[in-house]
Every structure is written in C-alpha cells, then in structure tokens.
Design a protein around this ligand. Structure first.
Ligand SMILES: [Zn+2]
Length: 367
C-alpha cells in the first residue's frame, strides 16, 4: 500500500493543475486512506500480538484498502470523463498528461498486486448479502452477480425491490433502449443486446456495458457491444421526453376546483392532479416513484433543475397532459398559464358572488 500511496501523492504534487475538479476529492480520499492503511498496519507488533488483535487490524485494513480502491476508481473515472470531453473539443493534451496517466496506472498496478485479496474480498461480502442476492430485482442489468457495482449503485439497491426508485424510473432498460436507438442502433441490435446489458450508476455518471460476444446455444456469436460512461443528463432527458410523448390531454377531466384536474387511467382508475403556482403534483404511483427516484440521486436532480423544459418539475405523463391542456411547453409557460387561469377563476367567482348576494331580510327592513 505504501507504493500506491506514494504514486497517488506524486499525482497530487506534480500533476495537480491537470486534474479536473471532480477528481480532486476522490484523490484526496484515496491518499488519506492509503496513509491510514499504512499507519494502521504498523500500529501493532505482528510477531508478538495475539490472534484477536491481528484479526482486528486485518479487518480494519481490509476496509481501508477496499475504500481506497473505490476512491481511486472514482478518481480514474473523473479523469477519463474529462479526457473524453477534452478530446471531443479537439483540445490537445498537456505535455505532462501522459506522465500523470502512467503514474495513475502504477498506483492501480501496485494496489491490485499488493492488496489483491483486500480490494476484492469486501466486494464479495457485499455481493453475498442475503438482502441483495435472494430477492428478485427490477432488472438483471442492475444486479449481475459476477459484476462489482459502484458504491453509489449499491446504495440505490434496497432490501425491498419496490424501493429501487432511481434504477427503475431513471436508469431503466426502457430508457437505455431509447438511448441506444438514439446512437444509431437498429431495432434488432437493441433487442439482441438489451438482455446482456449491465448498467452501473456512479455518483456523477452511468457506466453502460454490453459485451460484443455472447454464447447462444453453445456457440459464441458476435453482437454489437458498447462500453462507455454516459452523462446522467442523457437518462434524465430520455425520461422527460418519454413522459411527454405518453401524455394525453384528452384523458383529463375538470376537478372540483379551478386548480384541480382529474386524470383517467387506462383501467378506469382516477388520479387527482393539483395545480400550484410553480409545480403540479399527481396522486398516481408513477409520480411518487419518480419523485423518490430523484430524491435518491442528487446529480440527476441537478439535471432536472437545469433542464430548460422542466426546471425541476417532476416529469409525469399526467402533469405534462395538464401542460398540453393549458398550452404550455415549459415550466415558465405553465406558470404564466396558471396565473391566467387563476385570474379567470377569480373573475368568475366575483361575478357569482355579485349575482347571489342575498336580499336584505324583510324583518330587518321593517325596522
Ligand atoms: Zn400522474
């Protein structure tokens, strides 16, 4: 671990200015953990300590090595994403870039060689937890047994499969199919590939993997594959667009008040859609599921807030149906329509109260 620590420290000392902002925090974490590992390991006399103490230190170091490796992965992903953006903009790499990458490679090689068991062992433990192994999940793409998911991804998985909101609503297979189609995959390629998809959600990005060789009836065949990091913006936009396409203003009925509408479901069920000045809420399951999905994922929420159409409005087909019904295509337009609708309702109310003003009581008039 000491050599890994040194390599990481060199990256901080020598190449700090080349690092993207998103790589700095995980690098710092990895440096601190690798140092703590070294100190913890040498905090006892290995020859004279008893077995219990040795085991305790080993376990502590196991956790430190595992977390250090995770932080290094996060750092490497941030650097890769940054490099991809730079090269897409045709920006030439800095003359020191290759040096930094080679130092990072050394850090990975050393931790993988020296701490091989420690960095894999805790993953194995996590994967074998009964809560994540024995229950059916929303999609195999999120829960492949032979794949080590990121810590963030694991935090999105719940004991109760019904609570995997972000995985179900944002990073779903359905949304992935739309993305693949957008990238030029044919319907046939999507259909073949989707069963072999692995979706790993990191804090800032999503890793999508489809292997390009699969065994079918004992034969190895080549299929179209993919292995890349995707921005969470892509998934959020697909979700918004799909909700927009599915929304139908003709399925709305007037509610009991001007700020309420009733949405009719396909099976004859009804949902209340409530119109507030800056947002709309709905009582359907999809709305509450999507709302919870965004609560689980702050980066996805950021993209929802920055989206020029939604500005943070939870995308639900009934809500977009109301937008269409009012003639709005964005939250700003909706807010304007809401004001107009409110004023119209107020005018109507004034007219009614004028008409129905009670006549003075005859007895009182006599006095
Ligand atoms: Zn709804």
């Amino acid at each position: 671990m000491h050599s890994t620590h040194c390599a990481l420290a060199v990256i901080r000392e020598k190449y700090f200015s080349l690092l993207p902002d998103s790589a700095i925090a995980p690098l710092e974490t990895a440096i601190q953990l690798s140092e703590k590992y070294h100190k913890t390991w040498w905090s006892i006399w290995w020859n004279s300590s008893n077995v219990r103490t040795k085991n305790r230190i080993k376990e502590e170091c196991n956790h430190l090595a595992f977390d250090c490796y995770t932080a290094m992965m996060e750092c490497a992903i941030a650097i890769n994403t940054h490099a991809a953006t730079q090269s897409a903009l045709n920006i030439k790499p800095h003359s020191l870039w290759a040096g930094m990458i080679s130092t990072l490679h050394s850090a990975f090689r050393w931790i993988e060689e020296e701490n091989h068991l420690e960095i894999n062992y805790r993953q194995l433990q996590l994967n074998l937890q009964p809560t994540t192994m024995n229950k059916p999940f929303s999609a195999i793409a999120h829960t492949r047994a032979n794949y080590n998911y990121s810590i963030f991804h694991q935090s999105l998985l719940h004991e109760n499969n019904g609570e995997d909101y972000a995985l179900r609503h944002i990073y779903s297979l359905e949304n992935t199919k739309v993305l693949l189609t957008k990238w030029g995959w044919s319907a046939e390629q999507v259909k073949t590939g989707i069963d072999h998809t692995t979706i790993d959600v990191y804090k800032n990005v999503v890793y999508l993997h489809i292997c390009n060789k699969v065994t079918k009836r004992g034969q190895l065949i080549k299929i179209r594959g993919i292995s890349r990091f995707i921005s969470k913006i892509d998934y959020v936009e697909v979700l918004i667009n799909r909700c927009w396409t599915k929304s139908d203003p003709y399925k709305l009925e007037p509610g009991s008040d001007w700020d309420e509408l009733i949405a009719r479901g396909n099976t004859g069920d009804f949902y209340e859609v409530k119109l507030y000045q800056h947002e709309i809420t709905c009582t359907c399951h999809a709305y509450s599921g999507i709302e919870k999905a965004f609560e689980q994922d702050p980066v996805a929420t950021k993209h929802l807030m920055l989206n020029s159409k939604t500005h943070g409005q939870i995308p639900d087909k009934h809500i977009f149906a109301v937008w269409k019904y009012l003639g709005a295509e964005s939250l700003q337009q909706y807010e304007y329509c809401w004001m107009e609708r409110k004023e119209a309702a107020m005018r109507e109310q004034d007219k009614c109260s004028w008409q129905y003003e009670p006549e003075p009581e005859p007895e009182l008039a006599d006095y």
